[in-house]
Design a protein around this ligand. Structure first.
Ligand SMILES: [Zn+2]
Length: 187
């Protein structure tokens, strides 16, 4: 005969009697000894799924927020170079330098301009040609303009003195009566 006292026992939380440890139901008071989750498996699974989707959606939305916050940064990281030149009247432009060189340099240095002028001198070398323009300043021996660097040096070969050309370039500043323009492109 099996001795029931050798089996592991526990106390029923409802009636405090000793019952088999693995019992799912108290044999004395019939109270259900399983946990709430074991008694409600469908609710447990549904609850788990709800928690799972809530966590996933919070994680997903926070990632989207990070991406949205990162996008404007990359847009502002690339400052746009001035692409459209400011058209200037060469005579008015040179008068500004003759009237006040400091003010004119403050206004124009680093600016991309486009002007039309008459070529007065082509010098330098084929690898680094200079192209100077006739002064159109109102002053006698007023300021003139020189293209000190050309974007495409081969353009200098096709120019002639007295030729009227439109040119764009970046203003460097005035030196010895000449307003230096760099990165010149002849049209
Ligand atoms: Zn009981």
């Amino acid at each position: 005969m099996a001795d029931e006292n050798n089996q592991p026992t526990k106390k029923c939380p409802s009636c405090q009697k000793d019952i088999p440890a693995g019992a799912k139901k108290c044999p004395y008071c019939q109270s259900d000894l399983r946990t709430w989750f074991r008694r409600h498996p469908i609710l447990t699974v549904l609850g788990g799924l709800v928690i799972f989707f809530v966590v996933v959606s919070i994680g997903g939305s926070s990632k989207e927020g990070e991406q949205e916050a990162a996008t404007p940064k990359t847009e502002t990281e690339t400052p746009k170079a001035q692409e459209t030149p400011t058209e200037v009247n060469l005579r008015e432009f040179l008068n500004e330098f003759d009237n006040n060189q400091l003010a004119a340099e403050e206004k124009w240095s680093g600016k991309l301009i486009e002007f039309t002028g008459t070529v007065s001198n082509i010098s330098g070398s084929s690898s680094s040609p200079y192209v100077s323009f006739e002064s159109e300043s109102d002053e006698f021996l007023g300021a003139s303009v020189t293209c000190r660097t050309l974007k495409d040096t081969s353009q200098a070969v096709s120019l002639e003195n007295r030729q009227r050309v439109t040119v764009s370039g970046v203003v460097k500043g005035q030196s010895l009566g000449t307003v230096v323009i760099n990165d010149c492109v002849f049209k």
